[in-house]
Write a protein that binds this ligand. Structure first.
Ligand code: DP6
Length: 402
């Protein structure tokens, strides 16, 4: 329930997860509505390791809508933010005119203060916009008392954000309609469906990505014929196979499809003119490492995927995590005086056989990976009940700013 303070400010705080696609979204057919050229599918990561938190405050006394991101005030007039605000207010009006009295119409005329932060470094190149927009839309919906189809609103903040509105395994249906009403996310299976699935984020570089995904995919749509081929002839079949692999908890098929799809996305980047390079030497070494590891066992035990940056996301099963982390540590020896190399879920330690390291046979690259985050699949957005965790103080301004 929204909390009202003495100064007549209503507060709501929520959190939302990051998601990592195993069938990638790359390319829009409508830039304003953010409608994709193909459907995509992702795994929602657990919020214990990675999440966005947003507090929205609303009051008759606020003069204008304002937003602070990671402690810094940002321009509220950005078109994507405005789309989300406009769409959620439109949804409240519609519910109200349909006779739903639970929505809070009074707050509709009030201005909002929004404060949002991530518990992971934005500069690490992890998908922060997906969690951020999902969190914004979810928090606004709780404040205004609307339920229902929110993924189409989050989509208008950032395409991939629509998939962060659900936990577990989530498909974003590309839809057919020009107005985008059918371009929505849907949960394929909840996170409890495949509890053994583990995710390792290998943070390769803390630098910002050279070409943002919005600009990158636009150039790809304009210039890459491989992108058209993928949208017309690849994704639909691959999607069916992927959903079946998830339903059957068939890791080897899931892993192979994931790697093939990541590779095809990066092939499209190379087919874009001028080409876009997201992978670096460390990323390519990780790809070799994974293939050599799987080859040694004659089985797909680990799978990589890369988004618009050099970091690798590894999918594997619980029983292989400790050995694979040991392999990564062996071939990318960490900086000894740096912070902790392994963050997140605890990973047991094992010793590597000489046979395995010899079979992989790569030259170790010290400090190639800065750290690893170990996590699993988790639930969708959540409301934070503890009012002491609001990011905005009783005056409606951020409690902390940097
Ligand atoms: C490579 O959702 O960030 O991560 O819709 O322009 O905001 P916009 O793009 P965004 O693109 C994500 C691209 C990707 C693949 C994916 O998450 O499916």
């Amino acid at each position: 329930m929204p909390e009202k303070t003495a100064r007549d400010i209503t507060f709501v705080t929520c959190t939302a997860p990051v998601n990592i696609a195993v069938i990638k979204y790359w390319g829009k057919r409508d830039n304003d509505l953010i409608l994709p050229v193909n459907s995509s599918l992702s795994v929602t990561l657990h919020q214990d390791q990675l999440k966005s938190t947003t507090t929205v405050a609303c009051s008759a006394h606020f003069k204008e809508d304002r937003i602070w991101l990671n402690g810094k005030e940002e321009n509220i007039n950005q078109p994507r933010l405005q789309s989300c605000l406009k769409e959620i207010r439109r949804l409240v009006r519609k519910r109200r005119s349909d006779g739903d009295t639970s929505t809070d119409v009074l707050s509709l005329s009030h201005k909002v203060h929004i404060c949002s932060e991530n518990n992971f470094p934005t500069a690490a190149g992890l998908a922060s916009s997906a969690a951020g927009y999902a969190c914004l839309v979810y928090t606004l919906s709780r404040l205004l008392g609307v339920e229902g189809e929110l993924s189409a609103i989050a989509r208008q903040g950032s395409g991939s954000a629509c998939r962060s509105m659900y936990g577990g395994f989530v498909q974003w249906h590309m839809g057919m309609q020009a107005d985008g009403k059918d371009s929505v996310a849907e949960q394929v299976e909840p996170e409890s469906h495949w509890p053994e699935l583990r995710i390792l984020i290998l943070v390769v570089s803390a630098e910002r990505k050279p070409v943002g995904s919005t600009a990158g995919m636009q150039t790809s749509v304009e210039t890459s014929s491989l992108l058209k081929h993928r949208a017309q002839a690849v994704v639909s079949t691959r999607m069916d196979e992927m959903i079946l692999a998830i339903r059957q908890r068939d890791f080897s098929t899931f892993g192979e499809l994931t790697m093939r799809d990541s590779n095809q996305f990066h092939a499209i980047c190379l087919d874009t003119y001028p080409p876009i390079f997201y992978l670096n030497d460390v990323s390519r070494r990780i790809i070799s490492l994974v293939h050599r590891y799987n080859h040694h066992y004659r089985e797909t035990r680990v799978a990589y995927t890369f988004d618009a940056g050099p970091n690798a996301v590894i999918y594997t099963l619980q029983q292989h995590v400790s050995e694979f982390v040991q392999v990564v540590t062996h071939f990318f020896p960490p900086e000894t005086n740096g912070g902790e190399f392994l963050k997140g879920l605890p990973v047991g330690s094992v010793s590597l056989s000489d046979e395995l390291t010899r079979a992989i046979g790569l030259e170790p690259l010290p400090k190639g990976i800065s750290y690893i985050i170990s996590t699993k699949s988790g639930p969708g957005p959540q409301t934070v009940e503890d009012t002491s965790l609001h990011l905005l103080g009783p005056d409606g301004l951020p409690k902390t700013s940097t």
